[in-house]
Design a protein around this ligand. Structure first.
Ligand code: B12
Length: 211
């Protein structure tokens, strides 16, 4: 963990945050660990927002910094991957009512680096939008991302919509996002919950092997 990076994000100093990331990577730091530090910083940002110490502009700014950092980290993550063969198709989106996409983009990137073909349907994606894309591309896996509490119902509705078109047995469904837990997975009736991008890749690989 780098205190310098954490502080730069919390103080919303984008240039310092990016410089700290560049330095860490150049010194041989594991890019996944750099990402973990950023996620930790975002959790603190969230807590401060809850405690009314930070406000919406702080959330927006920290989101922007996170995106800039991702651009710096991406090439390093690419280099660290050794598995580039085509591994299956995944439809992925942030569910209806939710526009948080930083986590979604990280997960998609990691899946692509590991050879998956990912169809990103964006944010605030309705159950119908998922259904339409699933019908169009016939994926092996569907990934639902969401951060807000209201996203849990959207996830559940999306799974039900996939059931209604008779494709529930044809796709594996994984869910994730900051507040998602194993219990939420039981509620949503997806196949699995993943706590981070690495788990998303591991789950997807496991399901493709089982096919
Ligand atoms: C940045 C941010 C924003 C930015 C988002 C920018 C963007 N482009 O995404 C903006 C400013 C837009 C925003 C808006 C809002 N936000 Co906000 N936001 C955050 C914040 C600080 C960070 C989120 C983040 O990017 N984290 C970092 C990423 C990397 O983590 P992640 O998403 O969890 O992703 C990782 C894993 O979860 C996993 N993963 C993610 N998806 C998936 C999917 C699958 C299938 C798998 C397997 C894994 C997986 O892998 C990822 C990488 O490891 C969080 C606080 C927090 N605790 O993090 C609040 C937070 C999520 N926001 C919150 C709120 C309340 C809001 C607003 C309602 C505020 C408002 N009053 O308007 C709006 C809602 C807008 C909407 N309709 O969606 C609350 C949610 C509370 C709740 N439980 O409902 C939080 C928790 C803050 C808080 N503590 O109060 N927000």
């Amino acid at each position: 963990m780098s205190q310098k990076l954490l502080d730069a994000i919390l103080e919303k100093k984008d240039l310092e945050a990016v410089a700290a990331v560049e330095k860490m990577l150049a010194e041989g730091y594991d890019p996944n660990k750099v990402l973990a530090t950023c996620q930790q910083a975002m959790e603190i940002v969230g807590k401060r927002f809850e405690e009314k110490e930070f406000f919406l502009p702080d959330l927006i700014m920290s989101g922007e910094i996170m995106k800039k950092i991702m651009e710096v980290i991406k090439p390093w993550l690419k280099d660290s991957s050794d598995d580039k063969k085509s591994a299956g198709k995944i439809v992925f989106g942030t569910v209806e009512g939710d526009i948080h996409d930083i986590g979604k983009d990280i997960v998609i990137f990691m899946l692509e680096v590991n050879g998956f073909r990912v169809y990103d349907i964006g944010v605030d994606a309705s159950p119908q939008k998922f259904v339409d894309k699933i019908k169009e591309v016939n994926p092996d896996i569907v990934g639902l991302s969401g951060f807000l509490t209201i996203a849990f119902d959207s996830m559940k509705k999306t799974v039900e919509a996939i059931e209604r078109i008779g494709l529930r047995d044809k796709v594996k469904i994984m869910i994730g996002g900051g507040t998602v837990t194993e219990e939420i997975n039981d509620y949503v009736r997806a196949d699995a919950y993943g706590e981070d991008a690495i788990t998303a890749v591991a789950l997807s690989k496991k399901w493709m092997e089982e096919k």
